[in-house]
Ligand binder design. Structure first.
Ligand code: SF4
Length: 501
């Protein structure tokens, strides 16, 4: 190791330490000189410009390479409000150019051996492989199909390496028997309810265990969030394992934010060994929402769509991402988040379609306070023909205070509370009755949502945000009790010990 390495000092620590031939460095320089000013290219070495309507998606602070996160809006990126959501711009342009269906192809995570390098070299090598003359004659052909075929013969292997093989097709699960009780109930046509329980922030688990006991007779499964707001809590897999001991089926949430591709696959295998059969893949709240000091925001290794693709292939094809065979593959029911109120319904529907193709079997949506808008989103899903391929559980959160309603409406990405509901909460707050009003609003919403049973909606997902004891009342008064419901036994009243004389 030389004592003084001036060149390395300016090299980002994550760049591969390799000496490149002069020709490669020259090509790299030319590519950057052209694509930098034209597309804001960041030399990710895995160029997707053709699939993203010629807008470089590497500007997304969440590193999403397969579409927007649930916080995408027309106005700005929720992580960095000084700039637009790059994925909104990609979708907007793709729809205007009629290239939106190209966005369905599941694109691979970065190959870090290539980051910082050029992509044009790969294209040149592929042209040679196919045959330079064949490529030129194919691209100059008058036959449109032949031109498209030649184009794909060159570019598909460049953007879809052997270890990924992503496409735009639907890949249904390859197992027959339901992987979990939640899946069994959904397949049987039950209108199911799931509910969220917040993992503890200390090593004491009594409250979580109590909350599980309170809600388990009323729901099909209990979700354990994965460090919401990017603030550490007890791991979702550990809570899920504890939940199984308590007799409640868990849904383990797993956020892309905190996983490398290695960690993701390892954690899911471990979860399967512990008997966890429902897994929900999410992007995770940005580190921007975390308490200070701020952690790195750019360590996204796999996005939520890629997580689904990897986990589905592990289960159905018995393959790790690196191609190793899994002798006994894990079995699980795969879910994803859906966000009916982020950006435009047709954009969201495209994103949801991609998740279904990648492996999502059920959706738990972000909070819904406007059933009419939800219907527009459902119609967009119907146009894409995916309503019979995925179970949809609509997100419900009872509002407890006006402050909470204001926070949800203004700060939580992808949440919209209509003005009339805000006014009701304001009036109730002044009357000291906000909690009851919040419950009534939730019950009215459930009434409206139930009407979509059989039209794409298969149940509810209640996120009570620390108010778990309200779940039994909402499920009971909302008329969505499980068919096999039996009321929990009343807690035994302790007999008063006789006072000593
Ligand atoms: S809103 Fe989400 S998808 Fe859009 S740029 Fe920001 S982090 Fe990326």
């Amino acid at each position: 190791m030389p004592l003084f390495t001036p060149g390395r000092r300016w090299q980002p620590p994550f760049s591969p330490f390799e000496r490149k031939a002069f020709g490669d460095r020259l090509l790299q320089g030319v590519e950057y000189a052209v694509k930098g000013p034209l597309f804001g290219c960041r030399m990710c070495g895995n160029c997707l410009l053709q699939e993203t309507a010629f807008i470089c998606s590497m500007e997304c602070p969440k590193g999403a390479r397969n579409g927007p996160c649930g916080g995408s809006t027309e106005e700005h990126c929720y992580v960095d409000e000084t700039r637009p959501c790059i994925w909104y711009q990609v979708y907007d342009r793709a729809f205007r150019m009629n290239r939106q269906e190209m966005l369905l192809e599941v694109l691979p995570p970065l190959d870090w051996d290539k980051v910082g390098g050029e992509t044009w070299g790969d294209v040149v090598r592929q042209v040679r492989k196919v045959g330079t003359r064949k490529v030129f004659t194919g691209l100059l052909s008058r036959n449109v199909a032949e031109r498209a075929h030649t184009w794909e013969a060159v570019f598909r292997p460049v953007r879809q390496p052997e270890w990924w093989q992503g496409d735009s097709q639907y890949h249904g699960p390859k197992y027959q028997e339901p992987a979990s009780e939640l899946e069994r109930r959904l397949k049987a046509g039950e209108f199911v309810v799931t509910a969220e329980v917040a993992p503890p922030i200390s090593a004491k688990i009594d409250k979580m265990v109590k909350n599980i006991d309170i809600i388990k007779p009323y729901v099909a499964a209990v979700n354990f969030t994965d460090n919401p707001s990017a603030a550490p809590r007890t791991a979702s897999w550990a809570c899920s394992a504890l939940s199984i001991k308590q007799g409640a089926e868990p849904v383990m949430q797993i956020a892309a934010r905190d996983r490398t591709r290695v960690g993701l696959q390892s954690e899911v295998m471990g979860a399967a060994d512990l008997g966890i059969r429902n897994i929900l893949c999410i992007s995770g709240d940005s580190m921007k929402m975390a308490p200070p000091p701020r952690g790195r925001m750019d360590i996204i290794d796999v996005d939520a769509v890629q997580m689904l693709w990897v986990l589905r292939r592990m289960r159905d094809e018995g393959l790790y991402l690196d191609g190793r065979q899994i002798k006994t593959p894990p079995v699980y029911f795969l879910g994803a988040a859906a966000s009916p109120f982020a950006s435009e319904p047709k954009f969201q529907a495209l994103r949801e379609h991609k998740k279904v193709n990648a492996g999502a079997q059920f959706f738990q949506t972000n909070l819904v306070y406007d059933a009419a808008h939800m219907e527009i989103w459902l119609n967009e899903l119907a146009k894409r023909g995916i309503l019979d391929k995925v179970y949809i559980l609509i997100g419900i959160t009872p509002l407890k205070t006006l402050k909470m309603a204001t926070y949800m409406n203004n700060e939580v990405p992808g949440v919209f509370i209509p003005e009339p509901l805000m006014k009701r909460m304001q009036a109730a707050d002044q009357a000291g009755n906000a909690q009851e009003e919040g419950v009534q609003i939730a019950l009215e919403l459930i009434e409206k949502i139930k009407k979509f049973e059989g039209q794409g909606v298969h149940g509810l997902h209640i996120m009570a945000v620390g108010w778990e004891e309200i779940v039994p009342r909402i499920v009971t008064e909302g008329g969505v009790l499980p068919p096999d419901f039996s009321p929990p036994a009343a807690p035994a009243v302790k007999e008063q010990a006789a006072a000593p004389a």
